[in-house]
Design a protein around this ligand. Structure first.
Ligand SMILES: C[S@@+](CC[C@H](N)C(=O)[O-])C[C@H]1O[C@@H](n2cnc3c(N)ncnc32)[C@H](O)[C@@H]1O
Length: 368
């Protein structure tokens, strides 16, 4: 396929027409299989498959999962031809080879959870299609994605559980002693509050506040804090673009995980964040590890799902609000650094996360 770069055409790979058509069919096959993968997560079938002591029939698997055999059998058919599950055609028994299991069941190597993204995004498929029309709506409301917060919570739970405390916090100079000693921290666009809950448990001397525009997400976070008997964190429904005046120069640490690009007024939010930081305070945000121009993202494994997630969710939820910026999750490091600098953050440090999927932006507000 040919693409343009700097006025010149560059060739991103030689491919015959037949190969191109086969590639498209392969994509469609993978996409349809992904829907069945998601159902395996949703119904708990992967969990059951992971716990099997021996290859089992569809009736036995359905029995263990508490599901209807006919549906389980059809799902197993998809899993077999998709080469996720193996079958013994004589015994009619099914099993997952042990080397595949860690990627299908709960744990740090689980990748199948990503499949839930497809049905979540497609909840608003018709709405997004309408937005393309010139006379169509500007964007899509969060309420159209009924399972968004549930999905996001699942993903950020996995991400933060494995990386926030062991990797991200120690990687930011001066942050560990700050949190150990006791400091005031704010998480902007906290969703269901996973990052705040983890930080509050690990650093009992510090006080954490999570804000989000969603009542549903904040209520969930509050209940979790109660369940964990945490007294050093609170959650508030609050638009990040209009932080209270009493918060100015107040926080030692402000975080924003995978959230700024969804916001209708990201520049106003960053400006408010800068003002809400105490002199010497630290701001850190996590965004996808991508560039701002598609030509620089070819071959980046996060770029394909990144653009589609952006198109189907991040961009439309931002554009839905009046004058929404619609940055999208693919806004990339060049744009992000420029905006951070424009609102007053100097010396922005950008490092890839351990898995290289995200970038961690860190900047310290100057002490006057
Ligand atoms: C992609 S989610 C990330 C949530 C969370 N940080 C995480 O990592 O799980 C983006 C979050 O930003 C929130 N959000 C969007 N616009 C907002 C605004 N103006 N003020 C506060 N939160 C907002 C959304 O409700 C959503 O929970």
């Amino acid at each position: 396929m040919d693409i343009l770069k700097g006025g010149k055409t560059i060739d991103s790979g030689m491919e015959s027409s037949l190969e191109f058509a086969q590639r498209i069919m392969k994509m469609v096959n993978s996409a349809t299989l992904t829907v069945a993968l998601s159902l395996g997560v949703e119904t708990g079938l992967f969990k059951v498959m992971g716990g099997l002591q021996e290859p089992s029939t569809s009736s036995q698997i359905a029995q263990m999962a508490g599901l209807k055999e006919r549906y389980v059998r059809e799902w197993l058919g998809a899993m077999v031809v998709g080469r996720i599950v193996d079958v013994n055609p004589i015994e009619n028994t099914y099993y997952v080879p042990p080397d595949r299991l860690p990627f299908l069941v709960d744990g740090p190597m689980n990748v199948v959870a990503f499949s839930r993204l497809i049905p979540m995004l497609c909840e608003a498929y018709d709405n997004v299609a309408d937005c393309f029309r010139r006379d169509g709506p500007a964007g899509v409301s969060y309420t159209k994605y009924g399972k968004f917060h549930q999905f996001m919570d699942h993903m950020s739970n996995m991400l933060h559980n494995t990386t926030l405390i062991p990797d991200v916090v120690p990687s930011i100079a001066g942050l560990m002693p700050l949190l150990e000693a006791g400091s005031e921290c704010l998480d902007v666009g906290c969703g269901r509050g996973r990052a705040v809950l983890l930080l509050a448990q690990r650093f009992p001397r510090s006080a954490f506040c999570g804000i989000d525009i969603s009542d549903e997400a904040i209520n969930f976070a509050r209940n979790e804090a109660k369940r964990l008997s945490l007294t050093n964190c609170q959650f508030m429904v609050q638009d990040a673009a209009s932080l209270p005046e009493s918060w100015m120069e107040h926080f030692d640490l402000i975080t924003c995980f995978d959230a700024l690009h969804d916001m209708p007024k990201p520049r106003v939010v960053l400006s408010g964040v800068h003002r809400a930081l105490a002199p010497g305070g630290i701001f850190t945000m996590l965004e996808l590890n991508v560039h701002s121009h598609p030509s620089k993202n070819i071959g980046n494994p996060r770029a394909i799902d990144g653009y589609v997630i952006s198109l189907m969710h991040c961009m439309p939820v931002s554009l839905e609000c009046e004058d929404g910026a619609g940055l999208g999750t693919m806004w990339g490091r060049e744009m992000a650094c420029k905006m951070l600098e424009e609102v007053g953050f100097a010396d922005v440090n950008v490092t890839p996360s351990k898995d290289k999927f995200n970038l961690i932006y860190v900047s310290q507000k100057k002490s006057e």
